[in-house]
Design a protein around this ligand. Structure first.
Ligand SMILES: [Zn+2]
Length: 1040
């Protein structure tokens, strides 16, 4: 899966942001359908219509009851006889053990029975006959006597059975958003058992039958029931299933095509003024069980044969191509799809829609189609994605030396989706904004976002779909690889952009080290059991730390050996599952073949099973010239906090670190040497270390750690940057900046060192070091922005930015859109420098912004260059009078472009006027004015404004009950809100307020609150210990 939203680099995002935003919609399950869900156009599916449909169905049902009276009588007689035979009736009235075959899967609505709402069903279960309850209790007592929980009460499925093949027949009723299904699962018995336990959630089960080897007679079902606590369906049999035999489990069921974005859900769009609906699936990680009863854990790979019946006005799609379509006279059609290879349930998929497509074919004959709403296809908005997909399949086939496994790949662009995209095998689903692109009006950064999401999902066709992690604790194996390959694949498409060598650092490495430097972090491999916890493993640690560790591994192995290792890994485990040790073993073997011996498992276990990362300190030894002392310790922002959960058996937090070191002088840098550091402190000999030469560790910042030096070495490095910065690589220049700011923030380094380093920026023409500096300055700025002496800091930063700002100037709206390296890097650099200049108060920058806004107001034509609009809006609102705020407010209401609406709303939070900020905060809770998901952004952005921080903090506490009711179920949304409002609090008083607040309202978001407390404690500690030191140095420096 790819996260939903990439953050613009204007305001460095808090580490959790992308994933939280990703899960916002995912988590909105508890909310009423949000206004954003179906905002545009009429809403034909009103409650009244629903009731009308219901009435019709009830009527139809009544008639069919009369007609079937005789049959029912016979069935009742049979069932009485059945009970007399000693078998109890099935647990739920609707889950009859031997119910008559209703053929529900084949019946269109009106003839068939409309499914009951799942809630009603669960309600009915609660009110179930005491008799069944008693039986269950007896059974549970029996298990208690055995001192183990019953098989259905465990978080993982019992290992007795294995699904080999599923035959799934679905009927989708788009007029009333229901579906019915019949699934036949061929089961292999590993251990004899009386219980069939498989996942099923929020569905109504009508019939369940178990037959031996299809031909032999049925196995009698004693009872069956849904067990919502663990989301399973339990079939209790009268006798045990025997080992090494295979059985057929048949279940007929029905459910809703939900209006929330999980399982089999619906979505809509407006075409020619008419609202159209589509049904699509999102099963990852644990939602296939909402669409069909199945063994919904990734290890249970099976083959699937799917058929979908729908009205002929729609088309249906699934992982495999359609084999045959059978048209019926009543206007219905059944598509029978080819059988899939062995696969897990979470990347199975289907869709029912009336989209159109364009297609292309790869060299190896894979048919690639892009399906989207017809108007988008006609405009050619999918052509870019289609074109790069073809090229990327060819790239991956060549890189992995494993052909793409299916005959086709469909890319489906849907209006709503919980993530940016989902990598379903052969049918990957993308939210429209992440795949459709009009080259004439899209900025380069938009194009980059689209590209990276597609590269990510295509990587998953191999890493995830073909070879699947055994269990969710290693979700980072697939997400880390896909995230890492976003950069490798984009480099293939745009060789000049140097994504893996450069942008990876700021966007992945620096970003995640911020989060992973807290003791409230967690290891990249995380134990999870409960379905409700599984969503949480898809966080930035899994994506970004996973990617950073993989990059470190690739670099110390050497890229070609690493690539060979991956080829072996995929070949060995294709169509199967693999755990991290399988990968380590294959990679170790690949290294051995080239004569190197590294126990990769031993090395990587320390990085994946321990949270956090080390800081290496390199000290020159004063007695012997060529000797240096290298030591390591766990880097934490607040050294007063001790890790709360040290790894069992090893609380020492040591890592085996592949440290690369180079020696340099004024004009030259030596080639790097790799030193494995595994002890707390080690002595090493560095040849050719001369008086005036400096040491540089972690060459090109390929390692996942920070490096610190003695003051003498820092001085030498600063001199080098000032005299001739190009001796040191672009990535190391960015790395030095990020390390220095982080080390100073955590108290490892004097506060002046990072500020001295950035002095060389006036000569820096590369984007990356500027970007690293800008991101590092942002949190420092927030620590200082309410101090009396703030101006002195402000002035210092302005001095560093001034000359480059003058040199680069402002962009015009007639950008040359050619996608050459120079233009991309240059535009990004210019944007970064303008942002720094305007936010720190460069007069020319302010004037320019004010002029552009005035021009817009007077001419009513927005001529502000696209790339800097957010900066100009925000600067205008903060500098100019209330009329400008009102103008932006009006534009916010009138614009229909999603991206424009977002930056207009954010600009409103930039005001210095506390009345306006309060007004905005209060309006943000009105769903008619501000969309639910945007309200959180409003509150967070007001908190980032020094004039509004206390207002937002107060508002957050006062409205917590409302906010928690609104976002409580959307766990990620809550944690985004909590960290966003609290991360820049930095006084003792605020810390006290936070702790008191948590005492009264902790429920639900404990992890976010403990992260918030740790962050604020570190802020307060920094203020207490280092703020004055920083200002003293600044005073001296600015007055000289
Ligand atoms: Zn992914």
């Amino acid at each position: 899966m790819a996260p939903e939203e990439k953050q613009k680099n204007c305001t460095p995002a808090t580490p959790m942001m992308i994933e939280e935003e990703a899960a916002l919609r995912n988590g909105s399950r508890g909310l009423p359908p949000g206004p954003w869900a179906e905002a545009a156009g009429p809403r034909p599916r009103t409650t009244e219509q629903h009731i009308a449909v219901h009435k019709r169905l009830v009527l139809g049902f009544a008639v069919s009851i009369l007609a079937l009276l005789a049959v029912t009588m016979i069935a009742v007689l049979l069932s009485v006889r059945f009970e007399e035979c000693g078998a109890t009736a099935a647990g739920s009235p609707r889950t009859g053990g031997n119910g008559s075959q209703s053929g529900a899967a084949q019946q269109p609505p009106g003839e068939g029975q409309r499914p009951d709402r799942p809630e009603e069903e669960e309600g009915a279960q609660v009110g179930e006959a005491a008799e069944v309850k008693q039986e269950e209790e007896e059974e549970e007592e029996e298990w208690q006597r055995r001192r183990e929980p019953p098989p259905w009460a465990r978080h993982r499925l019992p290992l007795h059975l294995r699904p080999l093949h599923y035959n799934l027949m679905l009927s989708a009723f788009m007029e009333n958003f229901t579906f019915s299904g019949e699934v036949n699962v061929q089961l292999e018995v590993r251990n004899a058992t009386r219980y069939i336990v498989l996942h099923a959630h929020r569905m109504h089960i009508e019939v369940v039958r178990v037959a031996e080897d299809k031909l032999a007679g049925g196995v009698q079902v004693a009872r069956s029931f849904l067990y919502p606590q663990t989301q399973v369906f339990v079939v209790v049999l009268n006798r045990s299933l025997e080992v090494e035999r295979s059985y057929n489990l048949k279940i007929i069921y029905n459910g809703f095509i939900e209006n929330e974005l999980l399982g089999f859900f619906r979505s809509s769009y407006v075409l020619y003024g008419e609202r159209r609906f589509l049904g699509v699936t999102q099963f990852s990680p644990t939602h296939a069980r909402k669409a069909f009863p199945c063994f919904d854990e990734p290890i249970y790979k099976a083959t699937f044969k799917i058929s979908i019946k729908h009205q002929a006005t729609y088309l249906s799609l699934s992982n495999m191509p359609v084999e045959t379509s059978v048209f019926e006279e009543d206007g219905w059609v059944t598509d029978h799809f080819s059988q899939t290879p062995l696969m897990s349930t979470y990347y199975l998929a289907w869709a029912v829609c009336n989209f159109t497509y364009r297609e292309t074919v790869t060299k190896s004959g894979v048919v690639v189609r892009l399906y989207a709403r017809p108007d988008a296809i006609r405009r050619g908005s999918g052509d870019y994605a289609l074109n790069i997909t073809r090229r990327l399949i060819e790239f991956y086939e060549d890189y992995f030396k494993v052909p793409y496994s299916l005959p086709k790949l469909d890319l489906l662009a849907v209006p709503k989706h919980p993530y940016a995209a989902m990598e379903n095998w052969g049918l990957s689903v993308f939210v429209e904004q992440r795949i459709l692109l009009d080259p004439n009006i899209s900025s380069i950064s938009y194009l980059l976002d689209v590209t990276m999401v597609i590269v990510h999902e295509l990587c998953h066709q191999w890493f995830g779909d073909l070879v699947t992690p055994v269990w969710w604790e290693d979700v980072w194996l697939k997400e880390g690889f896909a995230h890492y390959f976003e950069f490798i694949g984009t480099d293939y498409l745009y060789p000049g952009w140097n994504m893996e060598k450069q942008r990876f650092l700021t966007d992945v490495l620096h970003e995640v080290m911020l989060l992973d430097g807290l003791t409230s972090s967690h290891p990249v491999s995380q134990e999870v059991q409960q379905a409700t916890d599984i969503d949480r493993v898809f966080d930035w640690i899994a994506y970004k730390k996973g990617a950073a560790l993989i990059r470190m591994l690739a670099n110390f192995m050497g890229h070609s050996v690493f690539q060979k290792g991956l080829q072996d890994y995929l070949t060995i485990h294709k169509y199967g599952n693999a755990a991290r040790n399988d990968l380590w073993n294959t990679l170790s073997k690949a290294l051995k073949r080239v004569g190197k011996s590294v126990n990769i498992q031993e090395v990587m276990d320390q990085w994946t099973l321990q949270m956090g990362y080390p800081v290496i300190t390199i000290l020159g030894n004063e007695t012997t010239d060529n000797d240096i002392v290298i030591s390591q310790e766990h880097f934490v922002y607040d050294s007063d906090t001790k890790p709360k959960n040290p790894t069992p058996g090893d609380s020492s937090y040591l890592w085996q670190i592949p440290l690369t070191i180079a020696v340099g002088n004024a004009s030259h840098i030596s080639s790097e040497a790799i030193i494995w550091v595994s002890n707390k402190s080690e002595q090493h000999r560095i040849p050719a270390l001369e008086e005036a030469s400096w040491l540089l560790g972690n060459i090109n910042q390929t390692g996942y750690f920070r490096v610190n030096y003695d003051t003498r070495n820092w001085r030498l490095l600063i001199n080098q940057l000032t005299m001739n910065h190009e001796v040191i690589s672009v990535s190391n220049r960015a790395g030095l900046i990020d390390d220095a700011f982080s080390l100073a923030r955590a108290g490892y380094l004097p506060q002046n060192i990072p500020l001295e380093i950035i002095r060389y920026l006036s000569e820096e023409k590369d984007f990356l070091p500027w970007h690293a500096a800008s991101r590092a300055l942002y949190p420092l700025d927030k620590l200082l922005d309410r101090s009396e002496s703030y101006n002195i800091f402000n002035e210092y930063i302005l001095r560093q930015v001034a000359s480059m700002y003058l040199k680069l100037g402002w962009p015009t709206n007639n950008l040359n859109k050619s996608l050459v390296q120079a233009s991309y890097q240059h535009e990004e650099l210019r944007r970064e420098v303008i942002m720094l200049a305007c936010s720190f108060g460069n007069k020319h920058c302010h004037q320019q912004a004010a002029t552009l806004i005035s021009d817009w107001i007077s001419s009513n034509r927005n001529r502000i260059p696209l790339n800097v609009r957010d900066i100009v809006y925000c600067t205008g609102v903060s500098l100019m009078d209330e009329d400008v705020w009102e103008f932006i407010w009006m534009k916010f209401h009138s614009t229909t472009t999603v991206s424009e609406k977002k930056i207009l709303l954010e600009a409103l939070t930039c005001s210095d006027d506390r009345n306006l900020l309060n007004r905005l905060l209060n309006l943000s809770l009105n769903s008619e004015v501000v969309l639910d998901q945007d309200a959180v952004d409003v509150i967070i952005h007001v908190a980032r404004n020094p004039h509004g921080r206390d207002l937002a903090w107060k508002f957050f506490r006062e409205k917590w009950k409302i906010l928690n009711a609104r976002y409580g179920e959307a766990l990620f949304m809550n944690s985004k809100l909590i960290s966003g409002v609290t991360e820049f609090l930095n006084t003792e008083e605020e810390l006290r307020e936070l702790k008191n607040f948590i005492k009264s309202y902790e429920e639900g978001a404990a992890a976010s609150f403990s992260r918030a407390v740790e962050t604020v404690e570190a802020n307060v500690r920094w203020q207490r210990l280092y703020k004055e030191e920083l200002f003293q140095w600044l005073r001296k420096s600015v007055t000289h």
